[in-house]
Design a protein around this ligand. Structure first.
Ligand code: ADP
Ligand code: MG
Length: 554
């Protein structure tokens, strides 16, 4: 630490480039600081820093580190604490990013993030610092204040005396309860569970916090099941069984809101989120139409047969998919990755992909599309893949549903029995179609993709829904289960890592191997790891890879 102080005093008033002299490791007695990379000018993104704190100094309670779920929740909470404390020291102190402390700001989900990782012996904290300058001249005095005085205060805010272990405990218990339910779902024949009292709507389309004054979730008695949680509480809520489930109801009665809560139930949520006990099986994938997407060699023949131009739909490729072909490809690619539950909203589906009513069947004789309604039951009986489908208009679906949930004024009512009676009067008969065959595993043709732009590797997230990969932009605007921009960044970096290391395996193996390296060895296996990466799921990584224009699969 004294050595760092001396260097900073020496380079005071020099050109900004002299900051690279501080690259290296410094001993702060209670932790080690690694200056990994220093920004090249005051306006560039802040440099990469790591603090390493030994677990013996942190003295975390044993319950905080007991199992994977607890460790993840603990790391998640510590990062939130560091972020909050660092904000108190935030002020502009010179040009560009001078004076910035950049700790990732986690959203509503409890997930593994690179900002804080718990190792066998030490905690790694990753963050950025905007090293201060006046114009392009180093301000050594402020740099000393930041690195020697303020930084230790921020890091020490997670030491035992300054920590609030009661709050940490609540965070850990919340994650444990949700994970417990997720584990039990299968055993109980369920695909999702939403507790009584949950708050599902969000504040706005861009604000993921709970909506103020929302009506709490209160399912009708027939749907209610109960759980005894590890925290000791017994709770009740709505269980959605395996099979084909419809969420029906008039417009604005909360159907899409319920489906969205289910799609994010693959993640654990922080206390106070409202969806802490809205839990879904891990391999749930939102499926929607996505006009214009890129597709390479996907067998969509189960849904789209002989196209007029005699295009082969067993090996379907396009630069510009239609609503129905994109939705079909999204399904097949998700099956390839091991999805067990599809979440479909009529609002974001291609109508001709979802249904074709009897009158149209009579009129149109040459129809290449086998609508989802003709496959939904079969997907479950043959492959064990359940569906939860939001429908307002397509009544034929009543005939293929196992469970019907009717939303009225944001409340779910069990309507399975009534739906059966109605469907019996005007049943929809699924026509005979050739049996669904599971898609075969594809491999990436490695030389079809390149992370280089010019001579440099360029892989980054331009926004929550755009990845720059070499000279290609990957459009993820229709990929709904991404939680934050840091996750999109991690998807990009993981693609790079997995292609490089496991590119000869099948797409699924390649992605799962890459992901499992990060889970077991930590984010440092990725390239130029900083504090702004959030663990993605294998599904979203494959989603990005499948949309990378130019990528060829065999
Ligand atoms: P639908 O899909 O049935 O048309 P939405 O789910 O889009 O309906 O919900 C319509 C509106 O009602 C949205 O603005 C949503 O935020 C709000 N909303 C949904 N659930 C609740 C609730 N439990 N309490 C208050 N407002 C809600
Ligand atoms: Mg809707």
């Amino acid at each position: 630490m004294d050595r760092l102080k001396r260097i900073l005093a020496r380079i005071d008033r020099k050109g900004y480039g002299a900051y690279k002299d501080i690259t290296g490791t410094y001993d702060y007695r209670t932790f080690k600081l690694h200056v990994k990379h220093v920004q090249s000018d005051p306006f560039a993104p802040p440099g990469r820093f790591e603090a390493e704190v030994s677990l013996s100094i942190l003295r975390l309670p044993s319950w905080a580190l007991e199992d994977e779920v607890s460790r993840t929740a603990t790391a998640d909470w510590l990062l939130r604490r560091l972020h909050d404390v660092s904000r108190k020291f935030l002020r502009k102190r010179g040009s560009g990013n001078s004076g910035l402390y950049a700790f990732a700001r986690p959203g509503q989900e409890i997930i593994q993030r690179s900002g804080v990782e718990i190792g066998a012996k030490a905690l790694t904290i990753r963050f950025g610092i905007g090293l201060p300058a006046d114009g392009r001249r180093i301000n050594g005095r402020i740099a000393i204040k930041m690195l020697i005085e303020e930084l230790p205060t921020i890091i020490q805010s997670i030491f035992p005396q300054q920590r609030h272990d009661a709050e940490l405990k609540k965070h850990v218990e919340t994650a444990l309860d949700a994970s417990f339910i997720r584990q039990k779902l299968k055993e109980k024949g369920l695909v999702a569970f939403i507790a009584e009292g949950a708050i599902l709507p969000r504040a706005s389309g861009v604000d993921n916090r709970p909506l103020d004054g929302a009506v709490p979730f209160n399912p009708s008695a027939e749907l209610v099941i109960s759980f005894k949680l590890p925290s000791g509480r017994r709770i009740k809520g709505m269980g959605i069984p395996e099979g084909v489930t419809l969420i029906a109801g008039g417009g604005f009665h909360g159907k899409s809101t319920l489906l969205e809560a289910i799609q994010f139930g693959v993640y654990d949520h922080i206390p106070g989120d409202g969806r802490e006990l809205a839990v879904t099986v891990p391999a749930a994938v939102k499926i929607r139409a996505e006009d214009g997407r890129y597709i390479s060699n996907v067998d969509i023949s189960a849904f789209i047969r002989d196209l007029p131009s005699s295009i082969d739909t067993k090996h379907f490729s396009t630069e510009d998919a239609s609503g129905s072909t994109s939705q079909a490809a999204n399904i097949i690619e998700a099956i390839e990755m091991g999805a067990t539950l599809f979440l479909i909203d009529e609002d974001t589906s291609a109508t001709n992909f979802m249904i074709r009513d009897e009158l149209m069947r009579e009129l149109i004789r040459k129809e290449p599309i086998v609508p989802y309604i003709d496959r939904a039951r079969e997907l479950y009986s043959r492959l064990g893949i359940s569906s939860i489908i939001v429908v307002g208009g397509a009544g034929d679906y009543l005939s293929v549903a196992d469970t019907v949930i009717l939303m009225e004024e944001y409340q779910p009512i069990c309507a399975t029995q009534r739906a059966k009676e109605i469907a019996q009067r005007r049943p929809y008969r699924v026509p005979d179609v050739p049996a669904f065959r599971s898609p075969s595993a594809r491999r990436l043709r490695r030389n079809s993709v390149s992370p280089y732009r010019g001579r440099k590797i360029k892989v980054d997230a331009k926004s929550k829904h755009t990845i720059l990969f070499g000279s290609n932009l990957i459009d993820l605007s229709a990929v709904e289960q991404i939680v934050e921009r840091e996750q999109t960044r991690a998807i990009g970096k993981l693609m790079l890592y997995a292609i490089d290391k496991y590119g000869d395996l099948t797409v699924r193996e390649m992605i799962e191997e890459g992901l499992s390296d990060v889970i077991t060895e930590g984010f440092s296996v990725l390239r130029a790891t900083d504090g702004f990466l959030t663990l993605p799921r294998s599904f979203e990584i494959s989603t990005a890879l499948n949309r990378l224009r130019g990528a060829v699969f065999d």
